[in-house]
Design a protein around this ligand. Structure first.
Ligand code: SAH
Length: 214
């Protein structure tokens, strides 16, 4: 890592520590080399607090949003986690350091392959990357203790609520294709409690139960 990048990295985490209290989450983020998950051309921007293009019209999320969403999931080290939207694999790598097992789905085959290969080569061996199937998420492997959706849905997808374990948490951007609210759902007893974590902007979640139905 260049000295410049190292400085930017320190600045980024100093900043995140002012906004995010969960040291366990920040510590996991600090252990993942974000520069390896971004394309060569934007590598010098790896530790700026901004989203970056990763090809195929998709983006790797802004570190602050990654920290916020990961924190909200309250992941324990025995948890099984589902991510929708593998993208670069960066978020999956962070989740893998916090959970027992991570399953991450992605609808673009080239990203499934690239992210899968990168995660394996870096030794994140409790992550599995899968091509998205006919239903959102992965009903056949449910229930999950935590579900993170890193693409924006028009409404809260019912099929994902059904994949939450008792006491499970789900974090998902819900709104228009331009702007969304970050929604946290917790499954309690026979119901769900919902809270809003602020606004955000993600690429659309496509497929049945998401934008394809609108
Ligand atoms: N979490 C990623 C960034 C995600 S960008 C990272 O850390 O880099 C959003 C991703 O969601 C895109 O790659 C897009 O192809 C994917 N996506 C869109 N709809 C999806 C669906 N129904 N299931 C799984 N992935 C989906």
């Amino acid at each position: 890592m260049s000295t410049e990048m190292d400085k930017a990295r320190k600045r980024l985490f100093d900043g995140l520590r002012k906004e995010i209290a969960a040291e366990r989450v920040l510590d996991a983020m600090e252990r993942v080399p974000r520069e390896l998950f971004v394309p060569e051309a934007s590598r010098h921007l790896s530790y700026e607090d901004i989203p970056l293009p990763i090809g195929e019209g998709q983006t790797i999320s802004q570190p602050y949003i990654v920290a916020l969403m990961t924190d909200a999931l309250e992941i324990g080290d025995e948890d099984t986690v589902l991510e929708l939207g593998t993208g670069s694999g960066y978020q999956a790598a962070i989740l893998s350091l916090l959970a027992r097992k991570v399953l991450s789905t992605e609808r673009i085959a080239s990203l499934v392959e690239e992210a899968g290969r990168l995660l394996t080569s870096l030794g994140y061996d409790n992550v599995e990357v899968r091509l998205d199937g006919s239903e959102l998420g992965c009903p056949e492997e449910a229930p999950f203790d935590a579900i993170m959706v890193t693409a924006a849905a028009p409404t809260l997808p019912r099929v994902l609520l059904g994949q939450m374990a008792q006491g499970g948490r789900l974090v998902i951007p819900v709104g228009s294709q331009q702007e969304q609210g970050l929604v946290k759902v917790t499954r309690i007893d026979d119901g769900y409690s919902i809270s809003n974590l602020g606004s955000c902007r993600f690429v659309p979640l496509l497929g049945r139960g998401a934008w394809d139905d609108f």
